[in-house]
Design a protein around this ligand. Structure first.
Ligand code: GLN
Length: 559
């Protein structure tokens, strides 16, 4: 089997995820079947309960995993589904070992850190890699972290098991302002540190503000015994999608294949280059307001919690040749002024009461002023609340916030029962579910040309029945990812539809209940919302159809 292990040195947050994704993409463009694995050395079982301030967005996999956001990067680059299995945490490793010990599987032996912990890590990595030509395994954190150690041990072990393994160390080269010179010493130390685990990196990818010059490369090469032409420069770029191109400029494809003992093979990057070019030279630029509850940490605001929404806009813009200028609007201190002049409004997913009235205000503004609107999950639920309040005159709300005369968004009792019986974890609807589209809807038109309806036909053949529901032979089906507890209350659907809110897609649940998946307002130029998270299935080469429709509507409005 063949593996590329990616480690980080010097500091965290230098973009190991993007380098790993780029390496995987480079290999996959040569025709190899590639997958990516993310190792998170924290003790949490998964990212589901982690604070977005600490960890950014929770990414959801098709099979319902709540994972690290790097899995989102892998999917966006590789244009491929990645399983929940591919996010390995220390918590999962220890839980499995302790469970096995409790059930007597160790037959009275002492269970020890070495070898049992690395063995379980190796087992899991092997399971992820099975069936693929190459697995790119990214080890979270920074070399030198205590929690990293068993994973480094496991990586070495995989090498000793006669697999073809390439080790890539991503380091940071600071340019201290007082010196004005790029320094290589921290990188040399990171390499030494990795060496102390028996791992000699095959490649050093240097992250920096600027390109690394030959002088610095020579230094790293000489002091750390790394091949000069295996020191790869990865400076800051305008868009992350340019990173693989930057690596290719340095023949990373040929070098990686050689290091993996594979023959050279051609790859075609023309369509990717075209998209990158569209990002650099958009024909026009639109202003989009994302009205959300922004998370501040000290004097910084983290937009990482909406990274998939941001990237989905980039993907749609790249396809259309439209630049998207995002205005991050805090739903807690909104005003009409902040929305005036924008070409489109998005209300993304969210939980809880904070900023809810601001979001409803923004939705009303979009509806009344015919500003293109895209509602994602909470953004759809609140669009239903807004419509029920202001068109039907009901005292409506979601029961997540308040019990009112018209609980238009609610947890369905049957849903609770279903979740309990199927035991698919917690109380959330997680992962992909089939939606049946109405043929006369804008939503259907948007999906029609995307290839996703064909893709869904394939998927249905092997999917778990609860994700498909009661699909009929002539139904038009698409799959989107979910992460929510509440649903549009079926009791009110007929009244809402009668008042002009078009239901453009439903999930036919196995028990006969129809769940609302998509809504739209045909009167408006673009007012579409979904219970799903289409941003989690947007890829650079396969943008989410609703985002393409939305960005196009914003651009048309601007004309
Ligand atoms: N809070 C809502 C729910 O749980 C929406 C969740 C979301 O936007 N992801 O149903």
């Amino acid at each position: 089997m063949k593996f590329v292990f990616v480690y980080g040195g010097v500091i965290s947050g230098v973009g190991k995820g993007i380098i790993s994704s780029s390496i995987a993409k480079i290999l996959s463009k040569t025709g190899l079947n590639v997958t990516c694995v993310k190792i998170d050395p924290y003790i949490n079982f998964d990212a589901g309960t982690m604070n977005p301030i600490e960890h950014g967005e929770v990414f959801v996999t098709y099979d319902g995993g709540e994972t690290d956001q790097d899995l989102g990067n892998y999917e966006r680059f590789l244009n491929k589904d990645i399983s929940r299995k591919n996010n390995i945490t220390t918590g999962q490793i220890y839980k499995k070992i302790i469970d096995d010990e409790r059930s007597g599987k160790y037959l009275g032996k002492t269970v020890e850190f070495i070898p049992h912990v690395p063995n379980e890590i190796v087992r899991r990595i092997m399971e992820c890699a099975r069936g693929y030509d190459v697995a790119v395994v990214e080890i979270g954190g920074t070399i030198g972290d205590f929690e990293n150690i068993p994973f480094l041990f496991a990586a070495k072990k995989i090498e000793l098991m006669n697999n073809d393994v390439v080790h890539v160390l991503v380091t940071y080269l600071p340019i201290p302002r007082i010196l004005g010179e790029m320094k290589t010493k921290p990188t040399q130390h990171a390499i030494m540190n990795l060496n102390s685990y028996g791992i000699v990196p095959d490649f050093i990818v240097t992250r920096s503000e600027r390109d690394v010059d030959d002088r610095r490369k020579e230094k790293i090469s000489k002091y750390s015994n790394i091949k000069f032409d295996h020191i790869i420069s990865s400076p800051n770029l305008d868009t992350i999608y340019e990173v693989p191109l930057k690596l290719l400029e340095q023949d990373m494809d040929k070098k990686l294949l050689r290091a993996l003992k594979l023959d050279e093979r051609p790859s075609d990057w023309s369509s990717w280059r075209l998209l990158v070019d569209n990002i650099h030279h958009p024909k026009k630029t639109v202003d989009v307001a994302i009205v959300g509850k922004y998370i501040g940490t000290g004097s910084f605001v983290l937009y990482d919690s909406y990274i998939s929404v941001k990237e989905a806009l980039v993907h749609a813009g790249a396809k259309l040749g439209v630049g998207v200028n995002i205005h991050w609007i805090n739903s807690r201190d909104y005003s009409v002024d902040s929305l005036k002049g924008v070409d489109g409004i998005i209300v993304p997913g969210g939980f809880g009461s904070s900023g809810v009235e601001g979001k409803i205000f923004a939705i009303k503004f979009a509806r009344e002023n015919d500003v293109p609107y895209l509602g994602l999950c909470y953004g759809m639920q609140l669009a239903v609340v807004e419509y029920a309040r202001n068109i039907l005159g009901w005292g409506a709300h979601t029961t997540e916030i308040k019990q009112t005369s018209h609980p238009v968004i609610d947890i369905l009792p049957e849903q609770k029962e279903l979740i309990k019986n199927e035991k698919y974890g917690g109380t959330m609807r997680l992962g992909e579910y089939a939606a049946v589209l109405a043929r006369d809807s804008l939503v259907y038109k948007l999906y029609e040309s995307s290839g996703r309806i064909e893709e869904a036909k394939e998927k249905i053949k092997s999917y778990e029945p609860f994700r498909i529901g009661n699909v009929r032979p002539d139904d038009i089906v698409v799959f989107e990812k979910h992460r929510h507890r509440y649903e549009v209350n079926p009791k009110y659907v007929d009244d809402l539809a009668g008042a002009g809110l078009k239901i453009s897609g439903i999930h036919r649940r196995a028990d006969g209940i129809n769940l609302v998946e998509f809504i739209e307002l045909p009167k408006n130029r673009f007012f579409v919302a979904t219970q799903a998270h289409p941003e989690l299935k947007s890829r650079f080469e396969n943008p989410a159809p609703l985002f393409v429709g939305f960005v196009k509507a914003c651009a048309d409005k601007k004309n």
